[in-house]
Design a protein around this ligand. Structure first.
Ligand code: UDP
Length: 312
């Protein structure tokens, strides 16, 4: 197949591109390189079946080849990244999504929207099922991401209903693995880099807040299944193994053999207190469940960062 991946130079996008190439597809990546890097695509570009077009998809998508699948992942995704670029985040979630949907409509391609567990905000229902409408502060700092993705879900649904476009909406829960950017600010990359450098681990708030961490190869397998299936309704993708942030710190200290201490810093505004996906729909509709346990995934990620930081 010929496939478009917006945001394909990013963390999840580049792993998706590698998986699509491995199954024999050709891929055109549209990415403005605001948070992604060409280095993430080094092996993909060397394959001769991947092309990188540096373009901001909120301005348009100039795609001259006919495509069978469109994966729309383009967006700043880590809290520091989207908080630093509020208007761009809203633009790519709205106009960027519309351009990606129009491309899929032009070619009758299957369309996948990379949505997020952030649509649930600070959830009152736990674990989160897809039927839960969420608890989002529409004018809080995170709203630029949360509401952009909620709008993107609404727009995708409108294209499904109005134009009968085959669509998949996946709500991605916290994902980690190699190619998380070092300065990205997310919990796993921060704690691993801090541990490896012998710096204190910065736990925000008490560290009692929870997240559920999914290894990137599991997530990418789910994206491929979801796009092929085009179920229409949202599907959670994540690993339901819920941990507190302090548990994550302890796990990473153990995996790195680090003697770093833990320091507490202020909790960011509207930081969700807990998060765990209900993945029954993914299991039923896609036959998907995560296969890599968190400890194994953390070990592989530590190996990656140790090499990147030139420490091992
Ligand atoms: N966090 C932390 N220390 C860090 C980075 C993050 O304690 O150095 C916390 C953050 O407050 C949140 C959780 O870890 O409760 C996950 O944060 P992340 O930015 O990875 O993703 P989020 O789930 O908030 O989008």
């Amino acid at each position: 197949m010929n496939i478009v991946v917006t945001g394909g130079a990013g963390f999840i996008g580049s792993h998706l591109v590698d998986a699509l190439l491995a199954r024999g597809d050709s891929v055109v990546v549209f990415d403005d390189l605001s948070t992604g890097t060409p280095e993430n695509l080094a092996s993909a570009l060397a394959s001769g079946r991947c092309e990188l077009r540096v373009q901001d998809v909120s301005q348009g998508i100039d795609c001259d080849i006919r495509v069978q699948e469109v994966y729309h992942l383009a967006s700043p995704a880590s809290p520091p990244a989207y908080l630093a670029h509020p208007l761009e985040t809203l633009a790519v979630g709205s106009e960027g999504t519309r351009h990606a949907l129009e491309l899929a409509r032009r070619d009758g391609a299957n369309f996948l929207l990379a949505s997020t567990s952030e649509v649930y905000g600070d959830p009152v229902e736990h674990p989160q099922r897809e039927s839960y409408w969420g608890n989002v502060n529409p004018v809080g700092p995170r709203s630029v991401y949360d509401e952009a993705k909620r709008f993107a879900e609404a727009l995708t649904t409108a294209y499904r209903c109005t134009h009968q476009l085959p669509v998949a909406i996946v709500r991605i829960f916290n994902t980690f693995g190699p190619r998380l950017a070092e300065g990205d600010g997310r919990v796993v990359s921060n704690f691993i880099c801090q541990s490896l450098r012998g710096e204190p681990l910065t736990v925000y708030g008490t560290g009692e807040q929870t997240r559920s961490l999914c290894y990137v190869s599991d997530l990418v397998r789910g994206l491929q299944l979801a796009c092929a299936t085009a179920f229409g309704e949202p599907i959670n993708l994540g690993n339901p193994n819920e941990m507190t942030v302090l548990d994550i710190a302890t796990l990473i200290l153990g995996a790195t053999g680090s003697a770093s201490e833990i320091v507490h810093q202020p909790l960011p505004q509207d930081d969700p207190t807990r998060r765990r996906p209900d993945i029954e729909r993914a299991a039923t509709v896609l036959g998907w469940s995560p296969a890599i346990d968190v400890a194994t995934g953390i070990e592989m990620t530590v190996t990656h960062f140790a090499k990147q930081l030139g420490l091992r």
